[in-house]
Design a protein around this ligand. Structure first.
Ligand code: ACO
Length: 321
């Protein structure tokens, strides 16, 4: 039996933290108290204008490659999850491949499932590895979400941040990913979207993130609970035997409500949203890398990762680290 096993993780956050008070100082009509009470967010990182998703991805990837003790040309599959690509095309994955100096012709492509992107990307890589066609995948979530925020909309601009996280997955006889579950419901596409496009050299429609916060909240808690149960059952591991839950890092209240519905104690739930904000596809690998590097997640432990985002799309993975 071939498993896809996490060989190394890495992450990168651009620049210094931007606190809630810094946003107030920049003229946003909000307060540290409001943001912390409703979301748990204390600060986030915002990339400077010239920094792109592929650059953040490169930094995170170099750290993951180092942790996995391999070189870029040892990678035979590159998947990047992003909703804020450098260009319309080529893909951010191919730009990353060039930045890493890869010359082995490995396939590289992007996955677009917004904040569920990393779950979709890693589940995709797992299928390649389990099939035997590929041996070592670099899977990255990278975002510059600050570029698609309407800084005049205080209901959304305070929620998000920029960053990247990466995982090297490799074929192994030892257990790694035990189960995956992915879902989408296109009927919910309007509750979280960037409903614009570039056409004939002009932006048409609305190029900023729009969200019905309360609808997103309710939907997220329900499906994050359901999909965690689903993946635990598929993997044959009861939820009380799961060591760590890493939900998408959108809002501490969504994270806590999900943990409560699942009966997972708060000390077994990894939460980095306070320091990162919502970094969309980067949020899960950023949280995973933080918990691996600070020693909470150890080899042999069972971990559930779960994402949800615009589409709506959601998914989860159960893995033995
Ligand atoms: N600072 C101060 N006041 C604010 C701010 C702000 N940043 N934003 C909104 N308000 C005000 C509103 O104007 C409103 O004022 P009013 O009562 O005078 O009209 C009041 O706060 C309440 O606004 P609501 O939008 O009803 O606030 P709510 O309690 O729903 O909280 C929030 C908003 C935090 C966005 C909440 O709905 C939520 O957490 N939703 C989940 C959405 C989420 O996390 N999305 C992330 C992306 S989705 C994903 O990643 C899956």
């Amino acid at each position: 039996m071939i498993y896809a096993r996490v060989a190394g993780t890495g992450s990168y956050l651009p620049g210094a933290p931007v606190t809630n008070d810094d946003l107030v100082a920049r003229g946003i009509d909000t307060s540290d108290a409001w943001i912390q009470e409703r979301t748990g967010i204390r600060s986030r990182h915002l990339a400077s204008p010239e920094v792109t998703s592929s650059q953040l991805a490169q930094e995170a990837s170099l750290r993951a490659l180092e942790a996995a003790a391999c070189t870029p040309n040892d990678i035979d599959l590159v998947i990047v999850a992003t909703s804020t690509p450098d260009y319309i095309f080529p893909s951010t994955a191919t730009l990353l491949q060039a930045r890493l100096g890869m010359s082995n012709g490995a396939p590289a492509f992007d996955v677009q499932a917004v904040c569920a992107g990393f779950a979709f990307a890693i589940a995709t890589a797992e299928k390649f590895i389990r099939s035997g066609s590929h041996k070592r995948a670099l899977v990255v979530g990278a975002e510059v979400f600050s570029r698609i925020l309407d800084w005049n909309d205080r209901g959304t601009c305070v929620l998000f941040g920029d960053g990247a996280g990466a995982v090297v997955l490799e074929a192994s006889e030892r257990p790694g990913i035990l189960a995956t579950a992915l879902h989408a419901d296109g009927a919910q596409n309007q509750i979280l979207c960037v409903p614009g496009q570039i056409s004939r050299g002009q932006v048409t429609g609305d190029p900023f993130l729009r969200m019905d916060g309360q609808a997103v909240f309710k939907f997220a808690v329900k499906v994050l609970s359901d999909v965690a149960k689903e993946v635990a059952e598929l993997g044959g591991v009861p939820l009380d035997a799961v060591d760590w839950l890493i939900p998408h890092q959108a809002n501490i209240r969504i994270i806590q409500a999900t943990g409560k519905r699942l009966g997972v104690a708060p000390e077994r739930v990894i939460a980095t949203v306070g320091a990162h904000g919502n970094t969309s596809a980067a949020s899960i690998p950023l949280a995973l890398d933080a918990a691996v590097r600070d020693g909470r997640i150890r080899r042999g432990q069972k971990v559930i990762l779960e994402g949800i985002g615009g589409g709506f799309a959601w998914g989860a993975l159960l893995l033995e680290y």
